[in-house]
Every structure is written in structure tokens, then in C-alpha cells.
Design a protein around this ligand. Structure first.
Ligand code: C5P
Length: 226
């Protein structure tokens, strides 16, 4: 017996984090950002100077590391992320981590280690989990499954806005579109748990919709279902 779970999946920059967080707040559920976990492992791999294709060393690191996610009042970084007791909240949003994370997240052993932890955290339910494989693999029995999308152009604009808010160096829209398209391609073509809409997920195309509009659509849908 467990509390309900909402699974939100979709490509990079579709607004999953912001929306998932607001849905969680409105419904009194816990928010789980699984992308932050893959980013934290990637940060540690880079920090330790391990080669991106050294599957063995990376598998060992993923199995041994301790990841903690804690909510925070900081509007720029509403979730604080720790790996092996180092606060990597800001560091995991860097261009370096972002450009390498898909290669790390494609490794079977890394996914196995992180999915196990996610399922452990979600045992009692009561959460909104967000990522690429939540509805398909992590919580296939989630009561509500949403597949959030937006055009590449729209997602690049949102990312640029995020960077501004976070005080990161400015990146051109063209570059952002290229990076997003590349990450989409890597995430949807990998062998293990590729980004895919679950058959029973609802697809929400969010171009031109505000965060609060998307949030209320999901909240309404949840309330109809339960
Ligand atoms: O959501 P975010 O952009 O932070 O995710 C970073 C990367 O982590 C994704 O591009 C993807 O490669 C990986 N990821 C994943 N499975 C998840 C969440 C994230 O493979 N459930």
C-alpha cells in the first residue's frame, strides 16, 4: 500500500523541473529530480578525472556514491544536491556536466544504481518524480504519467532564461538549440531505458503555455484520476 505517484518525463528543457515542483507543492507531494542524480554522478566522474568511457570505474563510483537531495528556500536552486557530502547544487548545472551527462546516463550500471535508489525513495509513494524513464521504468505503476514536450526553439529560449536567472554565462539560442537537439538524440536512441513516452502517458505539448497553465492541467488530471 502506497501513496500515489506522478511520473513526469520528457526531453531536455521542456519545463519538467519547474512544473513538477509546483505540482508537488500544490498537492503536498515530495518532488524528486532524477536528472540531478545523473548530473551529480557526472560531476564526480569529471572531478575524479575518470574517462567518460571507463564503464567499470564509473559503475563502481555510481554504486558507492551517496547522493542526497534536499529542498531549499533558494528560488534559483530550489533543490540542494549533495554527492559524497559535497554540495554540487550549482556545479551540476555547468556546461561541462550538461554536455557529458547523457554519455554517463547511457551506462547500464549507472542506471541500475540510480534507479534502485529512486525506487527505494518512492516505496511509499507520495511523490512527483521527473526524468526520462520514470513512467516506463522507474515507476511503471504510477497513477498519473505525463509526457511533457515543447519545440526545440521554445526549449532553447527557456534554457537561456534559466541560465540568466542562475547567473550563468550567456549562450546563443543557436548553440542552445544545437545542444538540446543533440541531448534529445542521445537520450532517445540509447539502448538502456531510452527517453520514450509510456503507452499510458498523457502527452502535453507546452509551447505557448505558462508554467501555471501546465501545472493546473496536471493537477486537474490528477484530481480526476484519484
Ligand atoms: O533533466 P536533466 O536535464 O537534468 O537530465 C540530465 C540528463 O540526465 C538527461 O539528459 C539524461 O541523459 C539523464 N537522465 C536520464 N534519466 C532520467 C533523468 C535524467 O537518463 N530519469
Amino acid at each position: 500500500d502506497r501513496q500515489p505517484i506522478i511520473a513526469i518525463d520528457g526531453p531536455a528543457g521542456a519545463g519538467k523541473s519547474t512544473v513538477a515542483r509546483q505540482v508537488a507543492t500544490q498537492l503536498g507531494l515530495v518532488y524528486l529530480d532524477t536528472g540531478a542524480m545523473y548530473r551529480a554522478v557526472t560531476w564526480l566522474v569529471l572531478q575524479q578525472g575518470i574517462a567518460i568511457d571507463d564503464d567499470c570505474a564509473i559503475a563502481e563510483l555510481a554504486n558507492k556514491c551517496k547522493i542526497e537531495l534536499t529542498p531549499s528556500q533558494d528560488i534559483k536552486f530550489p533543490v540542494r544536491v549533495w554527492i559524497n557530502d559535497t554540495d554540487v547544487t550549482q556545479a551540476i548545472r555547468s556546461i561541462e556536466v550538461t554536455s557529458q551527462v547523457s554519455a554517463i546516463a547511457a551506462q547500464a550500471a549507472v542506471r541500475q544504481a540510480l534507479v534502485k535508489q529512486q525506487q527505494n525513495w518512492g516505496k511509499r509513494g507520495g511523490l512527483v518524480a521527473e526524468g526520462r524513464d520514470i513512467g516506463t521504468h522507474v515507476f511503471p505503476d504510477a497513477e498519473v504519467k505525463i509526457f511533457l514536450t515543447a519545440s526545440v526553439g521554445e526549449r532553447a529560449r527557456r534554457r537561456q532564461q534559466d541560465f540568466k536567472t542562475q547567473g550563468q554565462p550567456e549562450v546563443s539560442l543557436e548553440q542552445l538549440e544545437k545542444d538540446i537537439a543533440e541531448r534529445d538524440w542521445k537520450d532517445s536512441t540509447r539502448k538502456v531505458s531510452p527517453l520514450k513516452k509510456a503507452v499510458d502517458a498523457i502527452e502535453l505539448q507546452t509551447d505557448g503555455l505558462s508554467i501555471s497553465e501546465v501545472t493546473s492541467k496536471i493537477v486537474d488530471y490528477y484530481q480526476q484520476r484519484l
